[in-house]
Design a protein around this ligand. Structure first.
Ligand SMILES: *[C@@H]1O[C@H](CO)[C@@H](O)[C@H](O)[C@H]1NC(C)=O
Length: 463
């Protein structure tokens, strides 16, 4: 390249030396012409620019016309819009198409089919390590299968018992539509409460008029609380009216050195219209809330009410009914228009015994009744430990301010037997001849034979 460049320079120098002045003049002319041509080009460029401007102007002027063409396009877009509906319609078909796949649910079958292959495939591995896998696999299934059964079976038992024992709710849903939530009985009365639909709060059954609870504490028809101790292993008239008589059988323990023996109501005997009802707590060594210890006998025949809450038994010959308030140890005894008696069988707990020095003995938890009476048709002549408090003329002579006002008069209320209506204050019109009838005590319950009484209305029970 360098050599070629040198030769080019020499040629140029030679030409420059030989070239005449005339050529220089020609060059000047050519330059002028070139300039002219440049000018012409410039003019052309200017014209071109002008044309461009003119085009722009034309475009501006012509813009109105173009719009029409452009507006038409919109329609096309509208045309696509119809398609959308079509698209929307397409979904249904799409939906319809899925069904086919569903019916074709071959997938499931496919899944089901795999298992077979799987078993078939495992065999080989099993075969490879036959002894270990086989023994191990069988045991697990057996163990796994056995646990499930116990689990389901065990939960049911504990689950139902708590709710039935101390959960209450308002059963009158039509009268109290807002009181629907269940409630738990207060600690004071974990076993014996009911829902007061008016206040929508649980109320201890033993805190209302007509209550006979604990050792034994009464709440009279007048609302005042008092104690009536009676005497253990004796019977007393709780209420006696012309058409209704109720005795209570008292049990107790012996506390050496104490001023008196503590007592409880173990059973009641209710007589009305020639019928007799016994409700008692069976003698029990070790208490279990879930084991029913109530004994009920109507006209000499044991009343069997299935151990399920709300199961109801109706007497064949009277408007008497017995309804379980819980699976065990709670019933509502009802005689339409006459009374409702809420009965709960409870034990003396070790804590009760310790706190109150009851002297609880081994082998007897002193099972007894907590009772809540409600009466609907008493006469004003009614009497008895509890009955007298429903008289309009009843004047409470007890010191109600005392911590434990005690009603005396054991002699006035003492009866010769559980179904005897011979207490001095007795008002029961049909009772006199009933004195001869034997007592259906708890101990006799399992081995008694009963038959119609001589007068046709009572019942004679013999061992
Ligand atoms: C329910 O409550 C209403 C309002 O207190 C009352 O009128 C009605 O008799 C009650 N029904 C029952 C079955 O107790």
């Amino acid at each position: 390249m360098a050599a070629v460049a040198k030769w080019a320079l020499l040629l140029l120098l030679g030409l420059a030396l030989l070239a005449p002045a005339a050529q220089a003049a020609d060059n000047k002319d050519k330059d002028k012409e070139k300039d002219k041509e440049k000018d012409r080009d410039k003019d052309k460029d200017k014209d071109k620019d002008k044309d461009k401007d003119k085009d722009k102007d034309k475009n501006k002027n012509k813009s109105p016309p173009p719009p029409p063409p452009y507006h038409p396009p919109p329609p096309p877009p509208r045309v696509p819009s119809p398609p959308p509906p079509i698209v929307s319609y397409s979904p249904p078909p799409v939906v319809s198409s899925p069904p086919p796949p569903l019916p074709s649910s071959p997938p499931p079958p496919v899944v089901s089919s795999p298992p077979p292959p799987v078993p078939s495939s495992p065999p080989p591995p099993v075969v490879s390590s036959p002894p270990p896998p086989l023994p191990q696999s069988p045991p697990p299934p057996v163990v796994v299968s056995s646990p499930p059964p116990p689990l389901p079976s065990s939960p049911p038992v504990p689950v139902p018992s708590p709710p039935t024992s101390n959960v209450v709710y308002c059963k009158n849903t039509t009268g109290y539509p807002t009181c629907t939530a269940p409630a738990t009985c207060p600690k004071k009365c974990p076993q014996s409460c009911h829902m007061d639909c008016d206040t929508c709060k649980p109320v201890c059954d033993c805190n209302l008029p007509g209550a006979v609870c604990e050792d034994p504490r009464f709440i009279g028809g007048d609302g005042n609380t008092f104690y009536f101790h009676g005497r253990r292993d004796r019977d007393f008239c709780l209420l006696s009216d012309v058409n209704l008589h109720i005795n209570g059988h008292f049990i107790g323990s012996h506390v050496p050195g104490a001023r008196r023996d503590p007592t409880w109501v173990q059973a009641i005997a209710v007589q009305f219209s020639g019928h007799r009802l016994y409700v008692g707590a069976r003698k029990t060594a070790a208490w279990d809330d879930d084991t029913d210890r109530l004994a009920i006998v109507y006209d000499g025949a044991p009343v069997e009410v299935q151990g399920v809450a709300n199961v109801r038994w109706e007497a064949p010959s009277s408007p008497l009914s017995v309804t379980r308030t819980k699976a065990a140890n709670g019933v509502l005894v009802e005689l339409a228009g006459v009374f409702k008696i809420t009965v709960i069988a409870v034990p003396i707990t070790e804590e009760d015994s310790r706190v109150h020095s009851y002297g609880l003995r081994d082998g007897d938890c002193l099972a007894h009744l907590d009772l809540a009476f409600r009466f609907y048709s008493l006469t004003d002549d009614v009497h008895g430990v509890l009955g007298q408090t429903y008289r309009s003329s009843y004047v409470n002579r007890l010191d109600v301010a005392a911590r434990m006002p005690v009603m005396g008069g054991e002699r006035d209320f003492a009866a010769s037997g559980l179904f005897a209506t011979d207490c001095p204050v007795a008002r029961f019109a049909h009772g006199r001849r009933a004195d001869a009838l034997a007592v259906a005590s708890d101990e006799l319950m399992t081995s008694v034979k009963c038959s119609a009484g001589l007068d046709g209305v009572g019942v004679v029970c013999k061992k």
